[in-house]
Design a protein around this ligand. Structure first.
Ligand code: NDP
Ligand code: GDR
Length: 346
């Protein structure tokens, strides 16, 4: 029998890479998706087959705000592993929607843990649980941050992730649940949401190159981030659940760049000078900023045998390639007389 995994947030960046990894390892994968008025499965459409053909990937409607639904899905799926990746994951947006963010990110994790506890009690099966924790939890703590660094969160999102983190520790200690916190530093890819800064930059730079855009508006360029490749990071998630004992792990590259340095890296790859195209718009500033995140992933290396395999230059090139392809398609449409679609967001 193949092992089975349940993934919340399967339609997101990490959900799509994790699903590819699990399917390649022979898992049957079940994903929780939210009902939306438009299709929201773009990132996993290439993995999805007709359910009548006995697929290895199945999708279930559910939401981290709906406890009863989560409990029912556990009964239907009977998973060996559960990966909780679902979140309102945008830090800037969390300042506008603090209560919603706490509901999904904080209480959502608690709801899933509680559903899992009840499912384990009823079924007498053991299930392994992964929680998508974040370097944002470290907030203003001095770099380099590791598993022993004190959390000093600086946003509603980070506060909610800290809450979820300690609930995972509590369920492990109180009920013996095999539950792990991955404390992942920023990880990006061509599938990254377009309002996160790396993708916003690669998307804009390639459009500028093809004459489709003339300005890029950004916020704080001085913040430093430790950026890795999402495809590498999902391997660390999986390895955490294959250990003999549950634990918490930092996952990072150990190298940080400012937004300004990342801008230069991307624009240089396209023979452009970023200073000619970028303007600062204060609406992208955050009420409180996290200045410098740079991780020490020595524990992951020692115990999981995991190391980041993609450097920032390679990652940027990968994202530029992906976005250049999109920009070329857009240019073809524009030349054929179709109007450009204006884009907004943080
Ligand atoms: P994305 O924003 O790309 O994906 C978030 C996913 O969560 C989407 O599938 C989204 O569904 C789903 N979701 C949102 N709200 C709910 C809800 N109420 N119930 C169920 N699902 C919901 O995030 P990433 O893939 O980048 O990140 C995955 C996880 O890792 C998140 O928890 C994030 O906070 C965390 N993380 C990410 C890091 C990164 O650098 N990428 C670093 C550290 C942690 P829909 O498509 O319908 O919106
Ligand atoms: P972050 O990622 O907040 O680290 O959270 P994001 O890419 O949004 O911001 C990184 C840094 O860039 C600065 N910045 C801008 N950010 C955005 N989004 N848009 C801008 O125009 C802009 N200009 C400057 C920000 O101020 C910040 O300093 C991501 C998310 O994936 C979280 O879910 C995850 O937990 C953390 O990474 C680790």
């Amino acid at each position: 029998m193949s092992p089975s995994a349940l993934v919340t947030g399967i339609t997101g960046q990490d959900g799509s890479y994790l699903t590819e990894l699990l399917l390649a390892k022979g898992y049957e994968v079940h994903g929780v998706i939210r009902r939306a008025s438009t299709f929201n499965t773009d990132r996993i459409d290439h993995l999805y087959a007709d359910p009548h053909q006995g697929p290895k990937l199945q999708l279930h409607y559910g939401d981290l705000q709906d406890s009863g639904g989560l409990r029912r899905i556990l009964d239907q799926v009977a998973p060996d592993e559960v990966y909780n990746l679902g979140a309102q994951s945008h830090v800037r947006v969390s300042f506008d929607q603090p209560e919603f963010t706490a509901e999904v990110v904080g209480l959502g994790c608690l709801r899933l843990l509680e559903a899992l506890r009840s499912y384990q009690d009823a079924s007498k099966r053991k299930v392994r649980f992964y929680q998508a924790g974040s370097s944002e939890m470290f907030g203003s703590a001095k770099p380099r941050q590791n598993e022993d660094t004190r959390f000093q969160p600086r946003s509603p999102y980070a506060c909610a992730k800290v809450y979820a983190h300690y609930q995972v520790v509590n369920y492990r200690e109180s009920y013996g649940l095999f539950a792990c916190n991955g404390i992942l530093f920023n990880h990006e890819s061509p599938r990254r949401g377009e309002t996160f800064v790396t993708r916003k930059i690669t998307r804009a730079a390639t459009r500028i190159k093809l004459g489709l855009q003339h300005k890029l508006y950004l916020g704080n360029l001085d913040a430093k981030r430790d950026w890795g490749f999402a495809g590498d990071y999902v391997e660390a998630m999986w390895r955490m659940l294959q250990q003999d004992h549950p634990d918490d792990y930092v996952v990072a590259t150990g190298t940080a760049l400012t937004i300004r340095q990342f801008l230069a890296l991307v624009f240089e790859q396209l023979d452009l000078d970023w200073k000619e195209w970028v303007e600062i718009d204060p609406r992208y500033f955050r009420p409180a900023e996290v200045d410098h995140l740079e991780g020490d992933a020595a524990k992951s290396k020692a115990i999981l045998g995991w190391e980041a395999g993609t450097d920032i230059k390679t990652l940027a090139a990968m994202m530029v390639d992906g976005d250049m392809e999109l920009a070329r398609r857009e240019a073809v449409l524009k030349n054929a007389g179709h109007a450009e679609t204006p884009r907004g967001g943080f």
